[in-house]
Design a protein around this ligand. Structure first.
Ligand code: GLN
Length: 552
């Protein structure tokens, strides 16, 4: 019997095999989008098999961006994909690491909750994981649960063991397994190779999991004979072998899955109705993006420029605003230490329509970032500063406009002459690093007549934060008298949230992180304004001047 609202929640488990970084997060997000657009209530859950309690303390080089949610959780960047592809808001309960699961179990053990029993991976850890999954199923029709890591890793075993047991808990008809693999192309023999996929499925079956669907990442679409072969060897229907070729934009993945009826297949499996997926706006967006010919170069000054996963949401937010403005944003990554070391950095900025200084921690490369800000301010190049980017814009202004040579942030110097960026009173005795920042959503009040208020079209907004240091209010009056306008504040505690310059085509910086709230169908107003200004500024330049260092 078919039904629209699932009486019992359905669970789709997404695992990955062969290699990491195949885009499991994007595959999960795409599937979530399709199910949501068919009218189902979905939820996501991401398990990360490492011991850190959350990724907040991890180096972005190793882990990529830390994605901050409304409720102030520091989470895996896949939650960013989930939010960008759907209408959902993620939070603390949508991301669990091995560390967090163990932490909760051990905390309970210390309180005597296990009544003297031996606490073990099976059943205590697996039961804990099981409960987390069951909790996500409350009030939704379908839970998409992504298991981080690659099948075969020691780390992910407790999670895999749990999802193996899971059908016993909720009934096998309510559980589906989707396995994402790589089908490499071997140039020497001009062949697509299915063996790694076969091995990875065998590995899963050894644990007791038989995938219902296999999604195959490959450079090209899978030819039919390859599809048949995988179906035969991995014991799935040929229609359940989904081809996931490289596409020009990640936002095309849902369309590709929809074309191959992945969503329909799973709904049929669950005996759920298959109302039409409402994809009109998404398709319009992807088509608009495909037609864009004009480009604008934006310089992003950072420390982790080699690893672009560290700036995932930022890159996406720029692209969203680009599509909105009918222009392709090409990011030129500028290494702050290279700017710092160079005698004359001006050539590094040549041809840029705008300069963006994103968030960051620590003193490495800050002088280089400030040189970029000074350049943007003096040469009237559109500038957007985010978090550390705002703090550095304030320091640069204090030093070079107000003549406060010793101006800096307490983050970089213990006893500075002018701590224009400082800790709040009461903040200085903080001992733990993890989860000790100003995190999550706070109200921001915007000043009438300012640039921010006109961009948002509202005088109060909610934005996400992740920082420890604040604009020092003692300097506000003097800064304003010299032209740096405080245009946004967190009124409860009089904290500065945005600053801007009037005598400049676009010079705006925020203490919050607008990039976390940008979605392709709802680009963020600050990015829209910045990219528009950059495009205008860039009007005179041609593609040729962009050079080889343009990455996207
Ligand atoms: N390091 C700065 C602070 O802690 C800025 C943080 C950020 O850019 N996310 O306040």
């Amino acid at each position: 019997m078919e039904q629209l609202n699932a009486r019992k929640p359905k669970y789709i488990f997404i695992t990955g095999g062969v290699v990491s970084s195949l885009g499991k997060g994007i595959a999960s997000a795409s599937l979530g989008l399709l199910l949501e657009r068919r009218g189902y209530r979905v939820n996501f859950l991401k398990f990360d098999p490492y011991i850190n309690v959350d990724p907040g303390t991890m180096n972005p080089y190793q882990h990529g961006e830390v994605y901050v949610t409304d409720d102030g959780a520091e989470t895996d960047l896949d939650l960013g994909h989930y939010e960008r592809f759907t209408r959902l808001t993620m939070g603390r309960e949508n991301n669990f690491t091995t560390g967090r699961i163990y932490f909760d179990v051990i905390t309970r053990e210390r309180k005597g909750a296990y009544l003297g029993g031996t606490v073990q991976i099976v059943p205590h850890i697996t039961n804990e994981i099981k409960q987390v999954i069951l909790d996500r199923g409350k009030d939704v029709d379908i839970v998409l649960c992504e298991i981080g890591g690659t099948v075969g890793d020691i780390e992910s075993l407790p999670f895999l063991e749990t999802i193996r047991q899971f059908p016993r808990e909720v009934g096998k008809e309510n559980v589906a397994y989707v396995h994402l693999t790589l089908v490499p192309y071997v140039r020497a023999s001009c062949e697509l190779k299915t063996k790694p996929t076969q091995h990875s499925v065998h590995k899963l079956r050894e644990i007791g999991i038989s995938p219902n669907v296999i999604v195959c990442r490959a450079e090209e679409p899978l030819p039919d004979d390859v599809r048949q072969k995988i179906a035969l060897f991995c014991n799935v229907d040929p229609e359940a072998v989904i081809s996931a070729p490289d596409v020009p934009s990640i936002y095309e993945v849902p369309i590709e899955f929809h074309r191959q009826k992945l969503d329909k297949l799973l709904l049929r499996y669950f005996r759920l109705k298959t109302p039409r997926a409402d994809m009109a706006d998404w398709i319009r967006l992807v088509q608009k993006a495909r037609k864009i010919r004009k480009t604008v170069a934006i310089g992003v000054v950072g420390k982790y420029v080699d690893l672009q996963d560290s700036y995932k949401s930022l890159i996406e937010a720029l692209q969203h605003a680009g599509v909105h403005n009918g222009v392709k944003v090409r990011i030129r990554w500028l290494d702050s230490e290279e700017i710092e070391a160079s005698e004359n950095p001006v050539p590094l900025f040549k041809g840029l329509g705008g300069i963006l200084v994103p968030g960051g921690f620590g003193s490495r490369g800050i002088e280089g970032k400030m040189r970029a800000i000074q350049y943007a301010r003096e040469r009237k190049v559109p500038f957007l500063g985010i978090c550390l980017g705002m703090q550095l814009a304030v320091i640069e202004f204090a030093r070079n406009v107000m003549g406060l040579a010793g101006a800096t942030s307490r983050e970089f110097e213990e006893n500075p002459t002018h701590a224009v960026i400082d800790l709040l009173p009461g903040q200085s005795n903080q001992k733990e690093t993890g989860g000790s920042m100003r995190l999550g959503i706070f109200d921001v009040d915007l000043l009438g007549g300012s640039r921010v208020v006109s961009l948002y079209g509202r005088n109060r907004v909610q934005e996400r934060h992740r920082h420890r240091y604040e604009f020092n209010a003692q300097y506000q009056k003097e800064m304003e008298s010299r032209g740096l306008l405080v245009s946004g504040t967190y009124s409860d505690r009089k904290l500065v949230e945005t600053v801007e310059l009037n005598d400049h085509p676009f010079f705006l910086a925020s203490q919050f992180h607008p990039e976390f709230k940008s979605r392709p169908v709802l680009p963020h107003p600050l990015f829209i304004g910045f990219v528009e200004a950059a495009h205008l500024h860039d009007g005179k330049m041609s593609e040729k001047t962009l050079g080889k260092d343009v990455l996207r």
